[in-house]
Design a protein around this ligand. Structure first.
Ligand SMILES: [Zn+2]
Length: 293
């Protein structure tokens, strides 16, 4: 099937997580990969290796905003790709997409830190794209529209990808690492799959009030919005990493009290097939293709 899209969570943690990698994931069809955020460092290379994803197969990378836990990993992907392009081991270009702030920072760091011999390959084989929110993009053969999530900290983009499966079109939505604010609701509305941030939940969320303190969401906040906006499958990531052993069980329990759809609290390196998650199915256990750590 042409449009059998899989999602792999390379990391699921918040910015300074040490027990798992920072939140980032890939979407893949049979041929190519689309990486969404890149975590905060060289650990991205290890996660890609563990997930058995060759960097040569990543065609698009989107960085949602300039925070280190989302942006710095891509520098390592660039660093290891440049010599491969130089020696013509890699042929197909890599597109790195972000808002004007992201692209400005990446260009600046690359100009200073990448080996000078390789610099002509930037914008030739590694191509930076400043996202225009009015434009339609084509990624993994699907239409993608980016939108501003009206983040409180720095400018941040999310996106809708429209995936065609069995003559229907389904909406995949990513809203970055801040809560779904009023202006973002129209993009989340009727999503088949939503990837959202859940820093904490339950008692911990009540104690540390992440929405007020860090502009990060809670399980309950996103579950509530997902119920209201008819989301079919909710993936919660970008979490605290202090209770990974119980995170899946507890976060699922908190979300299920409020939300009737499918709840997925992924571990690092877990893979899911989006086609399996187009409808709400409370009785089936969700199929994990690759087990996380
Ligand atoms: Zn973050």
């Amino acid at each position: 099937m042409k449009n059998n899209i899989k999602i792999t969570f390379l990391g699921t943690g918040h910015a300074s997580a040490t027990n798992c990698y920072n939140a980032c994931f890939t979407l893949e069809n049979q041929n190519d990969y689309f990486l969404v955020d890149s975590g905060g460092g060289n650990g991205i290379l290890k996660q890609l290796k563990k997930a058995n994803i060759s960097i040569s197969k990543i065609r698009w990378i989107f960085i949602s905003h300039i925070h280190m836990d989302h942006l710095l990993g891509v520098l390592w992907i660039i660093r290891v790709s440049l010599p491969k392009y130089y020696k013509k081991i890699y042929e197909q270009p890599l597109y790195i997409m972000g808002n004007d702030e992201v692209i400005k920072v990446l260009r600046m760091i690359c100009a200073e830190l990448m080996p000078k011999d390789f610099l002509p390959l930037l914008d030739n084989k590694i191509i930076f794209i400043t996202i225009n929110e009015q434009r339609k993009y084509k990624i993994l053969e699907n239409e993608v529209y980016f939108f501003d999530i009206n983040a409180k900290k720095v400018k941040q983009l999310g996106f809708n990808m429209y995936i065609n499966l069995k003559s229907n079109t389904y909406k995949f939505t990513f809203i970055g690492d801040e809560p779904c604010y009023k202006n973002t609701e129209k993009f989340v509305n009727n999503s088949t799959w939503l990837i959202a941030d859940a820093y904490s939940g339950g008692k911990t969320a009540k104690l540390n009030n992440p929405i007020k303190e860090h502009h990060h969401s809670t399980v309950e906040y996103t579950a509530n919005i997902s119920q209201k906006l008819n989301v079919k499958t909710l993936f919660l990531t970008h979490t605290l990493d202090n209770n990974l052993k119980n995170r899946k069980r507890l976060f699922t329990k908190y979300a299920k009290k409020i939300y009737n759809g499918n709840v997925i609290i992924p571990k690092d390196l877990e893979t899911f097939c989006l086609n399996d998650l187009t409808t709400i199915n409370n009785n089936s256990t969700l199929k994990i293709i690759n087990k996380g750590e």
